[in-house]
Design a protein around this ligand. Sequence first.
Ligand code: PXG
Length: 459
Amino acid sequence: MATADLKALDSAHHLHPFTDYKALGEEGSRIVTHAQGIYIHDSEGNRILDGMAGLWCVNLGYGRAELVEAASAQMSQLPYYNNFFKSTHPPAVKLAKMLCGLAPGHMNRVFFTGSGSEANDTVLRMVRRYWELKGQPDKRWVIARDNAYHGSTVAGVSLGGMSPMRNQGGPLVPDIAHIRQPYWFGEGRDMTPEAFGRVCAADLERKILELGVENVAAFIAEPVQGAGGAIIPPESYWPAIKAILDKYDILLVIDEVICGFGRLGEWFGSQHYSLEPDLMPVAKGLSSGYLPIGGVLVGDRVADTLIEEGGEFFHGFTYSGHPVCATVALRNLQILRDEAVIDRVRDDIGPYLAKRWAELGEHPLVGEARSLGLIGALELVADKQSGQRFPQAFAVGNLCRDISFDKGLVMRSVGDTMIISPPLVIRHDQVDELVALAWQALDATAARLAQIKDKETPA
Ligand code: PXG
């Protein structure tokens, strides 16, 4: 089908996620037709370096025949069966065993879902159920963070802290509170990062006391906030948060949907920060995005209570532990392990990206360049010294994103923060290519801004 026909049909019939439909209808979609390694290809013949690994998920890169073959064989063997009513199948069992082997030692169970959002719905129900079983049903409140992303289902949006999402389609799930995010560049530059990290952690203690310890069930957060803007917390943040949660005996939920499976150079982001979560929702990189699958890894404390005291847990999805998805996830984890992909992120390509990415901090448009593992961010600013932002109406982030795409690099924008999260298998020369393209995109954005400013400044 010709590109123009596909675009017309797309705009006639397809409601895209997170999209201004009218605006897209006027511009038309980019149609991605195939992909290989770290590159995607569109219907107009462009090859584009996928600096976002799809949506933070194609950890192994595109075109891995082993995953295709595993899916195909499982499709023939058993395309579907469920895990309800005392049944299961080998793929779900094997994946559960492997996942629990990779997770921190106290996590020995997993509940499968179809996505990260379903994983967080499961989290919400599970932590509240846990405290019910402990005879403390008032412990219902979950504390999350401003600007957090935990999914797009009702529970996901309620746990999330993004106001544009929260302001549509409510009311949301009650008894969820939010505290400030450890976003030093955006909100804390009047103090050192270390001091700011402690201030943000103190906000958690303040909120716990305000709600009443006897009412607080859990705290949920990502190790590094992804969709919120690749927010890497100051080093002081996690130790301080940990101490507060221990003091008040509140469950810790670490959302590993983005940080899990190697993004930060460990199997889980929790391990990078030496956290011992009670629950870890996962998805995305679990299957490198080849098929939809998620889950919640459950620590012994919660699992033992659910098992010993819980009776039936009335919760589950048709596709919980889907055999084909589980097979592909298992094969994906085996490849990550056997090819030492994650060690390479920690010891080789992560440090190399850090070095090259930091060079972008020299660009006149960049107020800060930061990275950890294979997540990177650039803060676009109007004034490099003061860090002052451009007027919102300039939509500089989106401008830079569109220019970058046209130059052959997918970078995502969150406000005026540019983000990358490339496939973990990216090579050194490809990091060089990525950084060169990002630099070109910044130059072209600066040139476009100069034109806009000229127009707006009376001669
Ligand atoms: N938790 C986190 C931390 C996520 O990043 C989810 C949960 C939900 O997962 P599902 O599989 O239900 O989408 C996510 C998803 C973006 C973007 O633009 C990020 C996500 C999804 C879509 C877009 O950065 N993250």
